[in-house]
Design a protein around this ligand. Structure first.
Ligand code: F6R
Length: 364
């Protein structure tokens, strides 16, 4: 049931406030991060890890990459993130000191399942973050952390991306806490900020008209470049993927600092560049990439936070509410989802069933 929306994707985009409330429910009581109700891992076990591997495909891989960028500040283990179809064939040095986390909305992605089997054989402790607690991946791991996002029908993942980021960050912070690595002040700061996110998500979704008019402005563009640094780099990748898969427009994401190492040659007035640049310690660096882009006449759309002053001579600015720097992906991704949706709508694409794609990829 589309609940009055023209597409499941739009319904699912708009559900993200309540999806986050559910993902946080019972995990952030009174400003503490506590998953003990569902995750029986002991502090002794948590302290044995030296390595964490986050493994997934597609949008789930980008959610895992956001989590990696956030958690490496707190969790004192070597945190790696990999694409399942690469990981499963690599000669891993993982073993009993490894916690391997498999991120899969459907729990049925074959490459992710095979990656799980590969590292399990080496003795790793395995966890699934999934929306499907009875799935193949959920059955084979040591522990499951549920997304509780509700069924997602649109082929393009939206609300499960949000739920994945939330549970991965919560689970990783909880692990850091069990290991004695999470300062109480950070736990409180992040738990409080996460509890404010559902409302801020709803505020951000109100920007839909601004985003729609930008999608119209660039309705004839054939290529887009997406840029971001740090936590915003995987957000840029997710924005580019959404645009490709539902509107069939070519979009490529780059770490903003890599632009001068090649893609800068592409820039001209025909190539719109979407820059994800919220207020964080990397903002100034990203704004210098905006300067380089403008100097080559490429139109720029900036996705930033409300506290960042306007940048001159850009084609569009989208300002999301302020939050902790680590948590900006929960807000900056939303205009990118809406941008992809509006672009696909303009182009008359089949939004909920894009060509050549299936909701669950059970082939290699
Ligand atoms: C993109 C999309 C895919 C999936 C990928 C992994 O919108 O839906 O990229 O994210 O196929 O699927 P799961 O998470 O089910 O393993």
């Amino acid at each position: 049931d589309k609940a009055g929306y023209p597409h499941f994707m739009l319904k699912e985009i708009n559900e993200q406030g309540s999806v986050l409330r559910r993902a946080l429910f019972g995990r952030t009581a009174s400003d503490l991060i506590d998953l003990s109700g569902e995750w029986g891992i002991t502090p002794e076990k948590a302290k044995t890890f030296k390595r964490m591997d986050l493994v997934a495909c597609g949008t789930s891989f980008y959610a895992a990459t956001v989590a990696q960028r956030v958690l490496e500040k707190y969790l004192k283990v070597d945190i790696r993130v990999d694409i399942a179809s690469e990981y499963r064939y690599r000669p891993l040095r993982a073993g009993g000191d490894t916690i391997a986390v498999f991120v899969s909305q459907s729990g049925e992605t074959l490459d992710t399942l095979e990656a799980l089997r590969h590292v399990k054989e080496l003795g790793a402790y395995t966890v699934a973050a999934t929306n499907a607690p009875n799935s193949s991946i959920a059955r084979e791991v040591d522990d499951v952390i549920r997304l509780n996002a509700g069924i997602e029908i649109g082929v393009a993942a939206t609300k499960t991306f949000t739920a994945q980021m939330a549970v991965l960050i919560l689970a990783g912070l909880y692990l850091a806490k069990l290991r004695g690595e999470l300062p109480g002040a950070d736990e409180k700061r992040l738990a409080e900020a996460m509890k404010d996110l559902p409302y801020k998500v709803e505020q951000t979704l109100l920007l839909k008209d601004v985003v729609r008019s930008l999608a119209r402005k660039f309705g004839a563009a054939r290529d887009f470049l997406f840029l971001g640094r740090g936590v915003s780099y995987p957000v840029a990748m997710e924005g580019a993927l959404k645009l490709k898969e539902i509107s069939y427009v070519h979009a490529e994401a780059y770490a903003a600092g890599e632009m001068k190492h090649g893609p800068i040659a592409l820039l001209d007035e025909e190539l719109p560049v979407v820059v994800v640049a919220p207020a964080d310690e990397l903002l100034e660096k990203t704004l210098s990439n905006v300067e380089e882009t403008r100097a080559r006449k490429a139109p720029v759309i900036i996705v930033t936070t409300e506290n960042v002053p306007d940048v001159n001579d850009v084609s569009g600015t989208i300002k999301v509410p302020m939050t902790e720097a680590e948590l900006t992906p929960f807000l900056t991704v939303l205009p990118l989802q809406i941008f992809a949706y509006e672009s696909a709508l303009l182009r008359g694409c089949d939004i909920d069933q894009p060509r050549n794609l299936a909701k669950s990829v059970t082939v290699e």
